[in-house]
Design a binder for this molecule. Structure first.
Ligand code: IMP
Ligand code: MG
Length: 177
């Protein structure tokens, strides 16, 4: 049975907003080198689209984390599945994530990364679900869109590993038919 996907944000809306966020980053980091850390797998589409629009000196690294927890609830205890290839010490780091939900994963991850002594560290997320936040120490510097408390897919976000490739953001409507 195919899932129904309702469009929440069109491809045009997402791309336009990514250009706006990139402009903001271009202004804030003018004349500096920015080291992007893409959080796999969800952050990969956003990272690429954002990086293409940055008019700065840019390098990229990738990290994959999984959150231990009972059932579907994020525990915030982060297991590093794939660590960075390069040191971030002394660098201006920008972490690029697909979505902040409870915030537990990012809260823990930012602590781990801070211990590695970057010169600065900021957080950029395509989507934010502020209603779902369970921690108060996640400071989001750049946000694409705030979205309601619905399960979204596309542009890197998955439902059971599917739909990451959709060029828009949609809501999965679990069909009864
Ligand atoms: P947090 O620790 O609750 O903030 O977990 C965030 C992670 O949960 C994200 O990086 C996503 O991988 C996943 N996630 C949260 N909400 C959604 C959603 O609506 N669609 C797809 N993945 C989601
Ligand atoms: Mg993620």
């Amino acid at each position: 049975m195919a899932d129904k996907i309702r469009v929440l944000l069109t491809e045009e809306e997402v791309n336009k907003r990514i250009s706006e966020v990139a402009e903001q980053i271009n202004r804030d980091y003018a004349g500096r080198h920015v080291h992007l850390i893409c959080i796999l797998k969800g952050g990969v589409f956003f990272t690429c689209e954002l990086a293409k629009r940055l008019d700065l000196s840019v390098s990229l690294d990738f990290m994959s984390v999984s959150s231990y927890g009972a059932g579907t609830k994020s525990s915030g205890i982060v297991k590093i599945v794939k660590d960075l290839d390069q040191s971030i010490e002394g660098r201006d780091v920008l972490v690029v994530e697909d979505i902040i939900d409870s915030g537990r994963t990012l809260s823990h991850l930012m602590k781990i990364l801070n211990e590695r002594k970057p010169s600065s560290i900021c957080l950029c997320t395509l989507l934010d679900k502020p209603e779902r936040r369970e921690v108060d120490d996640v400071n989001v510097d750049y946000t694409g869109f705030q979205v309601p408390d619905e399960f979204v897919v596309g542009y890197g976000l998955d439902y059971a590993q599917k739909y990451r490739n959709l060029p828009f953001i949609g809501v999965v409507e679990l069909g009864e038919d």
